[in-house]
Design a protein around this ligand. Structure first.
Ligand SMILES: Nc1nc2c(c(=O)[nH]1)N[C@H]1C(S)=C(S)[C@@H](COP(=O)(O)O)O[C@H]1N2
Ligand SMILES: [Mo]
Length: 256
């Protein structure tokens, strides 16, 4: 670790803790992370605890120059409206196909759970919030990585607009395919955790998660859920069972 980084982190710590961040820290202090009563999962616990102890919550993932943008493969679901795809579900896949047919004009992101103001947001609503653009490296659990530019609204902004309860500790993402996943409040409030509607200066393509995907730059690629339809804020941990990352034998916490 270079001394510049140390200074940056310390400054981040001193300047960075606002009321929500403080809340999240207080809420996340002790019993985390979720463990699965499995010896092999002790590694997850240690990784999580080490990250949470060593890194102030505002440490930023590296950002790149436009000239460093690479091509990026589309992985997993590439069209949730296509019944032949492995993670297709008729529950939402047909809705997706219909919404896509109308350029997502009727699409809305539901926000519910442990919030004072549950509600839903159209793409236009989300685009009215201040946006953030970041050029970051996507790191897939399979070993490949790619650099792309993402534009969206910080998840924190949407959480603040929804009035997150003081007891809230996790944010769960639900998609138009069958999968779901979640992050803790520290990652949810991280300045680079955004709900992205743009990629490389254009609307987010369908293959990469249109109309809206999460970018969780502090964790491996599979935590950046594509095709969002609903966000649920929870007070309790829930690994989402067969719909969550454990279904693939992946760790719930995939910090990098
Ligand atoms: N809804 C949904 N989100 C998803 C996936 C998926 O299959 N469905 N795949 C994940 C994985 S493993 C990776 S590496 C990235 C891939 O994003 P990309 O297709 O834009 O490269 O999306 C993640 N988010
Ligand atoms: Mo991945």
């Amino acid at each position: 670790m270079t001394s510049t980084k140390l200074i940056t982190r310390r400054q981040a710590l001193i300047t960075g803790v606002s009321s929500l961040g403080g809340l999240a820290l207080a809420g996340c202090s002790d019993e985390l992370p979720p463990t699965y009563g499995n010896l092999l999962r002790i590694g997850d616990v240690l990784t999580y605890k080490a990250h949470r102890l060593l890194l102030p919550e505002r440490t930023l993932a590296k950002e790149y120059a436009r000239s460093e943008i690479t091509s990026i493969a589309a992985i997993g679901t590439t069209d949730p409206g296509d019944a032949r795809q492995e993670l297709f579900t008729p529950d939402y896949g047909e809705d997706y196909a219909r919404l896509r047919g109308d350029d997502f004009a009727d699409w809305r992101l539901e926000v519910e759970g442990s919030v004072a103001r549950p509600g839903s947001y159209s793409l236009a609503d989300l685009k009215r919030f201040p946006s953030r653009t970041q050029i970051t490296r996507h790191q897939c659990e399979e070993g490949w990585s790619a650099i792309a530019e993402w534009t969206g609204v910080p998840l924190r902004t949407v959480l603040e607009a929804s009035g997150v309860n003081a007891s809230a500790r996790f944010v769960q993402f639900y998609c138009y395919d069958i999968v779901a996943d979640g992050i803790d409040m520290l990652d949810a409030l991280h300045p680079q955790t955004i709900l992205a509607y743009g990629m490389n200066g254009r609307d987010l393509p369908v293959a990469h998660g249109a109309p809206l995907r999460a970018r969780v730059e502090t964790q491996l690629g599979y935590k950046s859920m594509k095709y969002l339809r609903k966000i649920v804020v929870t007070d309790e941990f829930d690994d989402l069972g067969p719909y969550g990352p454990l279904r693939n034998g992946w760790a719930w916490y995939a910090g990098i």
